[in-house]
Design a protein around this ligand. Structure first.
Ligand code: PLP
Length: 469
């Protein structure tokens, strides 16, 4: 077999081992004495998953019957906030525990001889799920790390006169990352305020087309916005930016699991996603995908042994830590294959539709954007003309009687009001975030496979009770 071209290889190096795997399956694996473990194995196969749990979710009914597959205390909680921090699948949690035990059983065998090959196996599985090549993505502990890697790697490539473009509906910490890199380089971070309401994705693309300033070098878009739950038309936004020579970073923290992904077709320069959110992988699992042409100028924020040995190598090992969550992404992916990604999304969409119908009818309100612009989350406006009793209780007596209520000032709610309502729901064992958008209060509902319409009936009744309607 000929030596594979370098671009076809996954190459990983740390102090004590190197692993090079060609795309045709050629593999070599050396320890610090340069002893080959799988030298020239013509049919390099991914190593066995020592910790695979024999769980089969095929045929599992969604809703209450599948709650056992998660660790949430559903006896106590009505859980409508998957979008915040995700919730792990039991099988993925257990697989991570098994990897942890295997590591501690013989740490040197695991960390020096097994880990990299196992990580590459998982990268291959994840690449197949998102439509990419395993050598173009790397596993990371969270989306924040991936977003920092991309934004910090701009240093040395941008300077005064250059613009970093983002939307006001983007994630708060990403705005800070852009401000930091702007202050380090003399570039400008420019935020565009999305004009709401939106009735179609093309409206948003039109706004961006008009707003993109001269000199934009990078544009950042969320695949799904966090606070507002809007699925952005990322394919069209990538095309628009590329037509103007602008690189695109997609913050897909919510994308994996919620949206069907084909990163090859999407063509974004950089794509970051969490595995510990909608995919329900173990906490501490995420991915960064970088187009091959950019990989040489992408640098890790934490420099370790693999630095200088290529994209994957530089990023995968950032020191001795717990890599079990990354390995157990495998279990989450298997679960999704068994449940059927399409069936999961169909269930979530249909339940979201029913939930929105129920809440908007109960409260006489609407959603922030039309349902066709939502994925598995939606913002539903709380009853207008209603100051929840919970908020009244939190006001000073003089204020509470001052007539300051939503009837008098329908668009004057604050984020403090949102917090009062959210806290009041929490006290009723309903975990559901409340957002204040342009002076109006909304609940942001999340729908995962463990939810049922009954969860939203509880929310509807709780809010109606609080608002005395
Ligand atoms: C859009 C978006 N980007 C980035 C992040 C950061 O994710 P993490 O905290 O897992 O790094 C989140 C988290 O919710 C998010 O919603």
């Amino acid at each position: 077999m000929g030596t594979p071209a370098p671009t076809d290889q996954v190459h990983i190096a740390s102090a004590s081992q190197t692993l090079t795997i060609g795309y045709q399956g050629f593999g070599s694996f050396h320890n610090e004495d340069n002893v080959e473990f799988m030298a020239s194995d013509p049919g390099w196969q991914p190593p066995p998953n020592h910790c695979q749990r024999e769980v089969c979710l095929s045929g599992t009914a969604f809703g209450a019957p599948c709650r056992y597959q998660f660790l949430i205390d559903f006896d106590r909680w009505t859980f409508l906030n998957h979008g915040a921090f995700g919730a792990v699948l039991r099988c993925a949690h257990e697989e991570a525990e098994a990897w942890r035990r295997r590591c501690e059983n013989q740490p040197l065998r695991f960390l020096d001889r097994e880990l990299f090959a196992q990580l590459v196996r998982v990268m291959g599985e994840l690449a197949a799920f998102v439509g990419s090549q395993r050598q173009d993505l790397v596993l990371l502990p969270n989306a924040t790390t991936g977003l920092n890697v991309v934004t910090q790697s701009l240093r040395g490539r941008i300077g005064p006169g250059d613009v970093l473009f983002h939307l006001d509906v983007g994630y708060g910490s990403v705005k800070k990352m852009l401000q930091v890199v702007a202050s380090q380089t003399g570039a400008r971070a420019v935020q565009h305020t999305v004009q709401l309401p939106l009735s179609s994705p093309s409206q948003l693309v039109g706004q961006v087309a008009t707003a993109l300033p001269e000199g934009t070098r990078l544009a950042v878009f969320d695949a799904v916005t966090s606070n507002t739950g809007i699925v952005l038309p990322i394919q069209e936004l990538v095309q628009l930016c590329h037509s103007r020579g602008i690189e695109v970073l997609i913050d897909g923290a919510h994308a994996l699991g919620m949206l069907p992904l084909d990163l090859r077709q999407l063509g974004a320069d950089y794509f970051v996603a969490n595995c510990h959110k909608w995919l329900s992988g173990p906490r501490g699992s995420a991915m960064l995908h970088v187009q091959p042409k950019h990989q040489r100028h992408v640098h890790p924020v934490i420099v370790s042994h693999g630095y200088g040995s290529g994209f994957v190598s530089a990023l995968l090992w950032d020191g001795n830590r717990d890599y079990a969550p990354l390995l157990a992404v495998s279990a989450a992916l298997r679960a999704w294959q068994q449940l059927g990604p399409h069936a999961v999304r169909q269930y979530q969409r249909e339940l979201l539709r029913q939930a929105v119908e129920l809440l908007t009818q109960a409260w006489g309100t609407g959603t922030l954007v039309p349902l066709h612009m939502c994925g598995s989350m939606a913002l539903v406006q709380l009853p207008r003309h209603c100051l929840p009793a919970a908020s009244l209780q939190n006001l000073a007596p003089a204020e509470a009687h001052s007539g300051r209520d939503f009837a008098a000032a329908p668009s004057s709610a604050t984020s403090a009001d949102a917090k009062h309502v959210q806290d009041a729901l929490y006290k009723l064992a309903i975990e559901c975030p409340v957002k204040c958008i342009d002076g109006n209060l909304f609940v942001r509902i999340s729908v995962h496979i463990y939810n049922e319409l009954n969860d939203f009936e509880k929310l509807a009744a709780a809010v109606s009770g609080m608002c005395q309607i």
